[in-house]
Design a protein around this ligand. Structure first.
Ligand code: TYD
Length: 213
């Protein structure tokens, strides 16, 4: 049996990750792999309800962080762990790095408290920590992201934040990368859609060759 793979996709709002995630899913399917394409906050019935709350209601910062991790816990237990146990490829549109970037970087919430919640929620029976094996970070200047978003859709609670907020979110992602560089692949999302797509394919293919999955 092939072993499960866990890949996450991250970046500030407007960085354009959704299109590329769908393409990566197609690449794996063409290679004969079962793919679970999912997202955070969300991915289960309850987690999607929590998503509605956390993306639209104003709330205390610790409450916001707890709800992100509560949604993640459900998602891990009901979707991600079973998929990995089956040997599927799990592609997740955002995971814990988003909590460090948005709640930690953007909101300025305590990084160490987030690290405690991360350990509580993502600990494995063998004492390890469940993390994506590869995190593709679509890195983009917040000014460019804001221009792209302005054309795109009605903003939610996070998308309507000012550019300064996204500069802090971006710094949060950079800090996470510095903490675990071996897991991260940074992609320059200011390039054309085609060039970003080619980079994503290259990153995923190189990584697959390296881990030989
Ligand atoms: P996003 O994934 O961009 O979905 P869509 O493309 O449908 O808008 O939206 C999720 C939002 O939630 C995004 O603004 C980032 C934010 N978020 C956090 O603040 N913390 C988290 O832990 C996660 C997973 C997301």
């Amino acid at each position: 049996m092939t072993r499960g793979l866990f890949i996450s996709f991250e970046g500030i709002d407007g960085a354009g990750k959704s299109t590329h995630i769908a393409r990566v899913a197609e690449l794996f399917r063409q290679a004969g792999r079962a793919v679970v394409l999912t997202r955070e906050p969300g991915g289960t019935l309850l987690s999607e309800k929590l998503r509605e709350l956390v993306l639209h209601e104003p709330m205390d910062l610790l409450t916001e962080a707890l709800l992100m991790f509560a949604a993640r816990r459900e998602h891990l237990v009901l979707v991600i762990e079973p998929a990995l146990a089956r040997g599927d490829v799990v592609l997740c549109d955002r995971f814990t790095d988003a909590t460090f970037a948005y709640q930690g970087g953007g909101r300025g919430f305590d990084w160490q408290v987030l690290a405690q919640l991360e350990r509580m929620v993502q600990s494995l029976p063998n004492g390890g920590l469940r993390q994506p094996e590869l995190t593709v970070w679509f890195d983009l200047d917040p000014q460019i992201a804001a221009q792209r978003l302005a054309l795109a859709r009605i903003p939610d609670k996070f998308e309507s934040q000012p550019a300064d907020f996204f500069a802090d979110v971006r710094a949060g992602y950079a800090k996470r990368l510095a903490e675990t560089p071996e897991r991260f692949a940074r992609i320059d999302a200011a390039q054309s859609m085609e060039a970003v797509g080619a980079d994503v394919d290259r990153v995923v293919t190189n990584w697959l060759n390296k881990v030989d999955a």
